[in-house]
Design a protein around this ligand. Structure first.
Ligand code: PDD
Length: 289
């Protein structure tokens, strides 16, 4: 066991190898749970209030009630403790927070209300994609096969897993998902594109996850006089894209230079993309709580 191996499970701080959940955990059996991934830079969590609010919303959305005293804020405090225990107070790290509907005999309907949710929190060292962020990334398109509540950050990620694997097998960085003729988002990122000079992204509805990076970027963009329109990019507009990029907690602003092996715009990171990349990088370097 190295020094970077302590996790939190249901009230206990344990070496990862000793951490256990029951085979009857509803997360294991049904994928019945929600999660968050947060970025930590030098021990400070980035945009934790937004992540905590989204976790609350996801929990409400799938009707998991936290026991008295348990809150997303407490989870991020535990996360900070884990950063310390795992020697991650310097440099880059991520926190993973997962809440499932707890342990119960397998029945589809909810267990009795006295069954406590299972809570798992872990921290890991993280290396940003610095070189790819400069050169730009290849992506592929994939059909969006997900359910009707993509706005909830549930641990049910099978369509995302399959799309991500399809991308990997084609040497691409990410899969861009298409539903009803429009770009929704990526398997773990939000997508933005420039069409006829206008920066656009899918609106926050039930078909995308309201990304924290997406909303942080909206405020940062305004400060440098850039606005984005929440109008989906249609598949038939793809040939007119002059810039394309994706955002996420573990990807920052990532320029996309090829889509399905065809160059996007000039086939290199666009000017607007680079500008937004800079403002987000500055905010990450100075922000956090
Ligand atoms: N994924 N869309 C989807 C489907 C995602 O899973 C994510 C994040 C995002 C970007 O959201 P944010 O900016 O809040 O990270 C968009 C995390 C990082 C993951 O599953 O690992």
């Amino acid at each position: 066991m190295g020094s970077q191996d302590i996790v939190y499970v249901n009230g206990a701080f344990l070496p990862r190898a000793e951490a256990r959940v029951s085979v009857e955990d509803r997360g294991f059996v049904f994928g019945d749970g929600v999660y968050e991934v947060l970025r930590a830079i030098n021990g400070r969590l980035f945009a934790s209030r937004f992540h905590n609010d989204r976790l609350r919303r996801s929990l409400e959305g799938i009707r998991i009630a936290l026991p008295k005293g348990e809150t997303p804020e407490r989870f991020t405090e535990i996360g900070k403790q884990l950063l310390k225990e795992n020697d991650l107070l310097k440099g880059e790290a991520t926190l993973y927070v997962q809440v499932t509907r707890g342990v119960a005999t397998r029945l589809h309907n909810f267990p009795p209300p006295d069954v406590p949710p299972s809570i798992y929190i872990s921290a890991a060292a993280f290396t940003p994609y610095r070189e790819l962020a400069l050169s730009g990334a290849p992506v592929i398109s994939q059909p969006d096969l997900r359910w009707g509540r993509c706005d909830l950050k549930t641990i049910n990620l099978l369509p995302n897993v399959l799309a991500s694997q399809a991308a990997k097998e084609k040497g691409a960085f990410e899969a861009m998902l298409i539903r009803d003729g429009v770009i929704t988002e990526g398997s773990k990122t939000n997508f933005f594109g420039v069409v006829h000079g206008a920066l656009r992204t899918h609106p926050c509805d039930n078909h995308i996850l309201p990304g924290i990076t997406r909303s942080v970027l909206r405020d940062l963009a305004r400060e440098v006089n850039v606005e984005f329109e929440e109008t989906p990019i249609r598949v038939d507009e793809i040939p007119q894209l002059t810039e394309l990029f994706l955002t996420g907690t573990t990807t920052d602003v990532m320029p996309v230079v090829t889509l399905d092996d065809k160059p996007v715009g000039k086939g290199k990171p666009g000017e607007l993309t680079k500008k937004l990349q800079r403002v987000l990088a500055e905010s990450l370097a100075s922000g956090g709580d």
